[in-house]
Design a protein around this ligand. Sequence first.
Ligand code: HEM
Length: 282
Amino acid sequence: MRGGTQAVPWLDELSFEPGPPWHAMGTRALPEGRWLVPDEERMADLARKQALLGSAGDVVACSRPGAEEAAAEAAQLVAAAVGEPLVPHREPLEAAALLVQEDLCVLSRGDEGWVLVAGVVCFPSIWRLPDKLGLHVTAVHGPVPAYEAELAARVDRFLDRLRPERPTWRRNWLVHDSPELHLPDPPPPRPDPSAPDDLWLRSERQVLRRLPATGAILFTIRTQQAPLAVLGHRPDLAAAMAGAIRSWDDELVSYRSAAGWREPVLSWLDEVAGADRPGWCA
Ligand code: HEM
């Protein structure tokens, strides 16, 4: 859903906990048949991916030597789930990425832990795949404030214990002042964004699955977004989101590029949340 402000099914899956701690694992068992989630934008998104693979191939798709087998297994799993074949004469992971709206990352276990070895990431939120390729998962998260203290050991343990028969999902959320899906770099900040009209609520539905044959891990990222105005109908969520954003320290505000939109968003969320408060008399 890109344009309107009607109900968004994933709103109730978002977690708006104030910090610290700033981050949570938030991992849950994936219900059967709920891995890949196509919607009415599928054809448009696939066309966009096709164009990006042509014009920005080096930025959106890459792979380390030795990752071929794991990438091919990941690609076959995607194709089997969609029920469509991989086009021939193309890197299997690219062919798989052209069947689904999800971005695809493959991790392999090395001596030091889990390493990002291949990916096709067309819709990143301010990161570039080539910068992360070949890095341990902790280094992939290098710019994330407090990741090392709060999450690194838990993520490493979680990845080690992931079983093929028990895929897992989690979600994050972000606010962006651009609806652009392909966002490797921060867009130039709007000088004075007006909330909610110039802002978008963006969320990544992430699924982690262990691949049975190679033992690698496939990490799929489905980026979904809606105008921030969808929260206008949800005073409960507006109050929770305001509480979370208010708790952020300067480092998080900067990491989440929130300096420009934080104040207008908070005033608007307070207004929406206030509409839900029962009246009282002194
Ligand atoms: C259970 C597993 C994982 C957890 C709990 C986790 C958690 C997080 C968190 C908290 C952030 C910061 C987002 C924010 O709050 O604004 C983040 C960012 C990110 N994560 Fe993960 N993550 C997990 C797995 C992965 C994996 C397997 C990859 C592999 C590609 C990955 C790639 C990234 C990237 C590229 C970013 C953006 C980093 C940047 O800003 O440069 N994550 N992750």
